[in-house]
Write a protein that binds this ligand. Structure first.
Ligand code: MZP
Length: 501
């Protein structure tokens, strides 16, 4: 007979946190949201950690280059989706890496004989208003001058004229030489009241650009996730089918973290692929495994596949219909509690801490906070990020409100057959995800700002200054259906009801 677990599968909205003693130092300004991602030994530090405990899902409708840049600047990490060609995934990684606040390779360049019309077209295409002029129109050609949108009037000047007539020629440009430090470059920008500093090599060839706006941006985003070369960090989804081709290209492109994108990660395929990746690229590569929903599967991935972190969640995603289609899955709170207990036991036994990520089904800020209190080291979200301006989909107006399309990787639209352990695309015979719309909520920075404020506030209520303390000290209570209903407002008419009447 099949084994039937006694415990009912529970979700996050069935729990509340009981406040602990809030000490004088428990104020949001003192709260640190550091979250380890790579496994580590007792007494040592994780070799790769997040500055805020949020990562974005490896999904077509979520993690493109723009979202990856926006999230890394805030201290989190995006997982660029793998349900695309290896080349286009690597290209997205390269775009994130190019967006370095500091020495930026120039990718909007003109030749002296280019026309102003070509300059306008280039500026529209790239969104850049500062365009170096080099002898061959490349980002490493001999530097001749610089053209900005302030040097000509698009609707007044003759757009057939060559840019050489309007540009600021090299002899009048303030530039730095290769070898200059970022600090010195910024100092020069400040002293000479400039917006952009071209950096030239000893032969007068352009090497990179330093922008004042990047300096300001860096000051405004102190939690940026940066790699060793001070470029923004980025993660990548990978699968168990083409990993031998995909992983080397992604690592070459600069991916900082790899994570298996699988609806059920308790498989020998994943173990073999993780072992191959580790054997080929060594200890430094950060590998995430999953998804799993119980202790046994966690132990398998930690012990046998030797992954760095384990992702939890089957069937809970907002677009997921796996539970209805196949009858597999587990309530996310029960799954997380089981895996977290296994993580702690594994740590006690082996001295190795393998971080756990709660993936999918987080419908609001409260559920995010409960997941972290329950012991998730960090959370992965799809819908949450799909709703932001930076997600890769276009805005659509429906009934006077703005929406963005959001679809599951198991939907017919994504056809991510590798995620569902199918043998080939033709083996993709039924959907496990839906295709719909989510409301647009604003910029990632604004949305995340509110979530972080609530999280820090709750951590103060619980008397915790770090996420480690939060999960160690949190006391959770189950709520009855009735207490859930009464948890909202009672006998009050809200403005919305009044206005909408
Ligand atoms: P959510 O944050 O939108 O609720 O869930 C996102 C998570 O759902 C992803 O990280 C992934 O684990 C899972 N997912 C993605 N596509 C599907 C599907 O088509 C899915 N079923 O379940």
């Amino acid at each position: 007979m099949a084994k039937i677990l006694n415990e009912v599968s529970r979700t996050f909205s069935e729990f509340l946190i009981i406040p602990g003693l809030t000490k004088a130092e428990n104020v949001p300004a003192n709260v640190d949201l550091y979250a380890p991602m790579a496994k580590f030994k007792r007494g040592s530090k994780s070799s790769f950690a997040l500055n805020i405990p949020f990562v974005s899902a490896s999904m077509q409708a979520v993690s493109g280059a723009d979202l990856a840049i926006a999230l890394a600047r805030k201290g989190g990490l995006a997982f660029i989706y793998c349900s695309q060609s290896i080349e286009s995934q690597a290209e997205m990684v390269a775009r994130v890496k190019l967006h370095k606040a500091g020495f930026v390779p120039s990718d909007s360049n003109l030749r002296p004989e280019s026309t102003l019309a070509e300059a306008v077209a280039l500026s529209r295409k790239t969104g850049h208003s500062t365009m170096p002029v080099t002898h061959d129109g490349t980002g490493t050609g001999k530097f001749l001058g610089i053209l900005t949108d302030k040097d000509f009037w698009e609707f007044e000047d003759n757009l057939h004229a060559p840019v050489s007539r309007s540009m600021t020629a090299k002899e009048n440009v303030v530039f730095g030489k290769v070898g200059i430090s970022l600090h010195e470059a910024n100092k020069l920008l400040r002293q000479r009241k400039k917006e952009c500093l071209p950096i030239l090599d000893k032969n007068g060839r352009l090497q990179s650009l330093v922008f004042k706006k990047d300096y300001i941006d860096h000051i405004k985003n102190p939690y940026e996730m940066l790699d060793e070369k001070k470029r923004l960090a980025v993660g990548c989804g990978i699968n168990t089918h083409d990993f031998k081709q995909r992983v080397p290209v992604l690592i070459e492109a600069g991916a900082d973290v790899l994570c298996f994108d699988s609806s059920d990660g308790y498989t020998q395929f994943q173990c073999d692929a993780a072992r191959w990746t580790r054997a080929t690229f060594g200890k430094k590569v950060v590998i995430g495994g999953g998804n799993v929903v119980d202790a046994e599967a966690f132990r398998y991935l930690a012990q046998e596949a030797k992954v760095d972190f384990v992702k939890v969640g089957i069937g809970g995603g907002s677009i997921c219909i796996t539970r209805e289609q196949k009858g597999i899955g587990r309530g996310q709170a029960s799954a997380l509690a089981d895996v977290v207990a296994a993580r702690d036991a594994y740590f006690r036994k082996t001295g190795t801490y393998v971080p756990v990520c709660s993936d999918g089904g987080l419908a609001n800020d409260t559920q995010i906070i409960i997941a972290l209190a329950m012991g998730a080291d960090f959370v992965m979200m799809g819908r949450y990020f799909a709703m932001t301006t930076e997600s890769p989909t276009p805005k659509v107006s429906i009934g006077g409100r703005l929406y963005k399309p959001y679809w599951g990787e198991g939907s017919n639209r994504a056809r991510n057959w590798q995620r569902y352990n199918a043998e080939s695309e033709s083996d993709f015979k039924f959907e496990e995800g839906i295709d719909g719309y989510v409301p647009v909520v604003g910029s990632l920075s604004d949305v995340l700002g509110v979530t972080i404020a609530k999280l820090k506030s709750t951590m103060c209520n619980a008397g915790a200054l770090t996420l480690g303390e939060f999960m160690k000290n949190a006391v959770l209570t189950r709520v009855s259906d009735q207490s859930f209903v009464e948890g909202g407002t009672s006998n009050i008419k809200t403005m919305d009801q009044e206005v909408l009447k």
